[in-house]
Design a binder for this molecule. Sequence first.
Ligand code: NCD
Length: 306
Amino acid sequence: MRHLMNPLDLSVEELDQMMDLACDIEAHPEKYAHACDGRKLATCFYEPSTRTRLSFESAMLSLGGSVLGFSSADSSSAAKGETVADTIRVISGYADICAMRHPKEGAPMVAAMYSEIPVINAGDGGHQHPTQTLADLLTIRKLKGRLGNLTIGLCGDLKFGRTVHSLINALVRYEGIRFILISPEELRLPSYIRDDVLMANNIEYKEVIRLEEAIPDLDILYMTRVQRERFFNEEEYIRMKDFYVLNNEKLEAARPDMYILHPLPRVNEIAVEVDSDPRAAYFRQAKNGVYMRMALILTLLEVKVC
Ligand code: NCD
């Protein structure tokens, strides 16, 4: 039985196969409409979510399966003090696969240790978010036609932004990837990613504070929200929250084929005027998340569709 905690749990070959599968699902949805008949997905979300939970549910429903779950810790027995280990033992008897989001780093990993069904990490604290990475990779591959030889700008909260950590883990395995890390000093990439992933793999990167300085060199600009819920004090969040605001004026310096990604939700970091720019790809990215989650469910449940 396989779980997904980190993009590194999937080989580059498997990622490529899943992206091909996702494209086939998008082109021929009817072929997959009954692939998971009779199967159930449990969504155990101890933290807020719109896209991740609903795209998982949409994915399972589009495969003919059913969904059950909870969308906040308050509405589950966690509020009574139940451990994740006990919860997943019980859920293992109710469903065939589980997607779990939790504010504590490592909680889905603990669940996986006690689970009898595949567990997917749907975001654990400020740590990892591998299924967002699946959506990100498919989006980049569709837009640029490749995942290697790209200069990727990661902008915003690189400290707490789990989508950034997972995306870096996945992309360092492709040839010729360069990163420009754009953040205020306070929100720099943690050393466990900078040293243990970027430096350990000899990946070319530079750290800058000003977005304007980085923008002309980029193939992809990945914007992120300042992660309010991970700050120890609100004043610090307020000081940081509008550090970057991408608008049409800043985009004038970008290449005509530099696409803008964002895992969403957006707060102020991308002005609404940018949405109508053909390079704004974040809503397409959210839709790609459904196809990739369908491909992931099929892969983990070992369902083959001919
Ligand atoms: C992200 C997350 O939950 O980490 N959202 C998402 O799943 N698309 C990004 C965020 O909340 O800022």
